[in-house]
Design a protein around this ligand. Structure first.
Ligand SMILES: [Fe+2]
Length: 293
């Protein structure tokens, strides 16, 4: 029911009265978003009969979340992640229509430009790990290859850390690379099998997880950001099928279409030709890009 001009605040009509206060906003989208936010927020407060102590605790939590942020730590993104909002925004803005490769969260570790590397390069610049060959192809929905596509990859190491989390012990751009597909759409590189890892849980978001009995872990994955002229870019991961936490990713990033076997290869000749030790793992990931909207 529309509000009458000058209607005063009441418990019953709080949402309508406050939403109406934005009715003159010149930007129609701003008016729509704020109006909906107010209606949902008021409905939430009424639904749980929020106490004053709880509202104070919420303000203190958001304040602490802001204080935890700096140049390399974004606690609000983590909060959005563990509430599933990052994944929801990503998903509704990049619907794949059952044809294109599905997207998932960018995550907080794409913080440096990946260095361009030739196809076949080994991105594991240091450290332990199980050697792994990654192969794939970038194609359009009809299966035609897309040559010249850029394939930006980054991943955690065998201990579950990204290079930027341990700058004193690994070289910069360890386990990162920017590849360009061959004319037949193929790409390949050498790396190690990534490990599952916890999102940073030493801040307010970690306290929220602990208070609710949730773990902070993400299943093992390699990040991909694939772009080609005339096509919509895709931000995604390939997940290792044998990783723990596939069914309970702390940020809800897993989609079944993105899970692949990292199978074991024991073939000394092939290993030698690839410059890998005899026993290695391998994963193949075909990426389908939709045309630009
Ligand atoms: Fe990640």
């Amino acid at each position: 029911m529309a509000t009458e001009r000058g209607e005063l605040f009441s418990e019953e009509r709080s949402a309508e009265v406050v939403a109406a206060s934005f009715a003159e906003a010149p930007d129609p989208r701003l008016r729509e978003v704020l109006g909906s936010l107010v209606r949902h927020l008021h409905a939430f407060v009424k639904d749980v009969s929020l106490t004053e102590e709880e509202w104070s605790a919420a303000i203190a939590f958001l304040t602490a979340t802001g204080h935890k942020c700096d140049d390399v730590r974004q606690e609000f993104v983590l909060l959005s992640d563990v509430l599933g909002v990052s994944m929801l925004v990503e998903t509704i803005n990049h619907r794949a229509g059952g044809v294109g490769t599905e997207s998932t969260v960018l995550g907080p570790f794409h913080v440096v430009e990946s260095p361009p590397r030739p196809l076949g390069a080994n991105i594991a610049l240091s450290g332990e790990g199980s050697p792994c060959l990654v192969t794939g192809r970038v194609v359009d929905p009809s299966g035609s290859p897309i040559g010249g596509a850029t394939v930006d990859v980054w991943q955690a190491d065998a201990d579950g850390f990204y290079d930027v989390q341990r700058p004193d012990s690994v070289p910069p751009a360890n386990l990162r690379g920017l590849f360009t597909t061959a004319p037949d759409g193929t790409f390949w590189f050498r790396t190690i099998v990534p490990r599952h890892y916890p999102i940073p849980d030493d801040g307010p978001v970690g306290e929220l997880l602990a208070a609710t009995g949730r773990h902070p872990n993400r299943p093992a994955h390699i990040h991909f950001l694939v772009q080609a002229t005339g096509h919509a870019p895709v931000t995604t991961h390939v997940f290792a099928a044998d990783s723990p936490y596939l069914d309970s990713d702390a940020v809800f990033g897993v989609k079944p279409s993105l899970v692949r076997d990292f199978s074991v290869v024991e073939d000394p000749e092939r290993a030698a030709s690839l410059g890998l030790p005899d026993r290695f793992r391998t994963v193949d990931f075909e990426i389908v890009l939709l045309p630009s909207p």
